[in-house]
Design a protein around this ligand. Structure first.
Ligand code: FAD
Length: 414
């Protein structure tokens, strides 16, 4: 009998796993289940749609036919509510049961809600799905004023959307800089200036105490913890992702409070259950500890890796340097690896729009942020991948046109 695979989630992790399974197992039964109403689309590009810069069509990656042509059973609008790991089956909200020999959980996450009054008011948006983007676009186009909360990589998308849609917005941040765990004030100031140029005002040492609403329950303003009031017809909240844990309850699957724990082969603590993408906490072989990635390329690679190991455990280990770029501004921006981790760092500012910072752990690069000039990224990623000890040549690393050959005594990992 042919082996059966069930995949929960048709994001890039789930979809690329299905594709890899089909390529390598022509006779397998493959089912992909998603609670969304549309097949895989480019989640990275939905912000361009919300900005009004891209129509819907090019954002779609696969249509339903793509699955049919590959004999992959795609179930749209189907929420998995229960996993029976002993009985090897999952159950949907309609009560349908899908049996599996091997299961892949690729369920991503759900944006976290601000735990403040009226955070569920009309006009307060979170951003994850294409459906969210449609709602954001409609509301932001009608808005004059906006508030953004969440000084990270998704919050800045909201800010760019407000900028592109001529909304006069305040970006309320808790500390003194955007993404202060990865950037210093010097680096963040480049971002702050670019935001101001687009009509978005960064507000520091702020945040949201609560939202005020009008008689119709629509958000009217945000009140920050200092008592300042900021008018807002539109609010974008991006304070992090919660992994869907309800379906893990009672399964015996290991979850550490942040992600589903998997090894470097994407296998969970149960032999027949794998996980891939944003929902995992994986053995990061480069970092030497468990880590999480929240990036498209990494989720895709994890999906492919999981599929190979579901067919032949141990076939493919996950060894990956993640990248995440921002394309909202006139200058390029790239973060790679784990820029918020490490025990040491080195940084340099080259001009008003060019800056770099590398995070190091035990003398090795574990991540970084490059603004303005991305040319040295491959050198840094190579050193990171190879685990080269560079802690005593930190200043060389941030030379403007750094290349690996500039290092005097690099020591590769043993
Ligand atoms: C607005 C936005 C901009 C982004 N920009 C970038 C960027 O520029 N660069 C970058 O690298 N990354 C970016 N990302 C992050 C990137 O998109 C994610 O890391 C990636 O899509 C994660 O893929 P995934 O397959 O793990 O999860 P997801 O894409 O979240 O897919 C999981 C799927 O599972 C479904 N699901 C969940 N639970 C169930 C269930 N119980 N039953 C059925 N289905 C379920 C979900 O609805 C979803 O469709 C961005 C994300 C967003 C939202």
């Amino acid at each position: 009998m042919s082996e059966s695979f069930v995949i929960i989630g048709d994001g890039v992790a789930g979809s690329s796993a299905a594709e890899t399974l089909r390529e390598n197992a022509p006779d397998a039964d493959i089912t992909v289940i998603t609670d969304e109403g549309e097949a895989l689309y480019n989640r990275i590009l939905i912000k361009e749609f919300a900005k009004g810069k891209l129509p819907e069509a090019p954002i779609s990656i696969h249509d339903e036919e793509w699955y049919a042509e590959r004999d992959i059973d795609l179930r749209l609008n189907t929420l998995v509510v229960d996993i029976d790991t002993d009985g090897h089956s999952v159950t949907s909200h309609q009560g349908d049961t899908y049996e599996y020999d091997k299961l892949l959980i690729a369920t991503g996450g759900t944006p976290a809600q601000l735990p403040v009054d009226n955070s569920d008011a009309e006009g307060v948006h979170h951003f994850w799905t294409f459906e969210d983007a449609r709602g954001i676009k409609a509301d932001v186009e009608a808005a004059d004023t906006g508030v953004i909360v969440g000084a990270g990589l998704l919050g800045i998308d909201f800010a760019a959307i407000c900028g592109a849609q001529d909304v006069d917005a305040n970006y309320l941040m808790r500390g003194n800089a955007w993404w202060r765990y990865a950037l210093s004030e010097d680096g963040a100031e480049i971002i702050h200036d670019a935001l101001r140029e687009r009509g978005v005002t960064p507000v520091f040492d702020s945040g949201v105490d609560h939202f005020e609403v009008d008689d119709d329950g629509h958000v009217d303003s945000a009140i920050d913890p200092n008592g300042e009031e900021y008018d807002a017809d539109f609010v974008g909240v991006a304070i992090g992702l919660d992994i869907n844990t309800e379906i893990l309850r009672g399964t015996g699957l290991e979850y550490d409070g942040q992600g589903i724990v998997v090894d470097e082969y994407m296998r969970t603590n149960l032999d027949d259950v794998y996980a891939a993408g944003d929902c995992t906490k994986f053995d990061d072989l480069i970092l030497g500890e468990q880590a999480q990635n929240g990036a498209w390329g990494s989720a895709k690679a994890q999906g492919e890796c999981a599929a190979k190991n579901m067919l032949d455990y141990g076939d493919d280990e996950f060894r990956w340097v993640s990248s995440y770029s921002i394309t909202h501004f006139d200058f390029p921006f790239l973060s790679f690896g784990h820029p918020t981790m490490g025990d040491d760092s080195v940084e340099r500012k080259y001009s008003d729009t060019e800056w770099r910072r590398l995070a190091l752990k035990d003398g090795r690069i574990v991540g970084g942020v490059l603004i303005g000039d991305l040319a040295p990224q491959s050198a840094y990623k190579q050193l990171m991948r190879e685990g080269t000890h560079v802690g005593n040549e930190k200043e060389t690393l941030v030379e403007k046109s750094f290349s690996v050959d500039d290092l005097e005594a690099p020591v590769a990992d043993d």
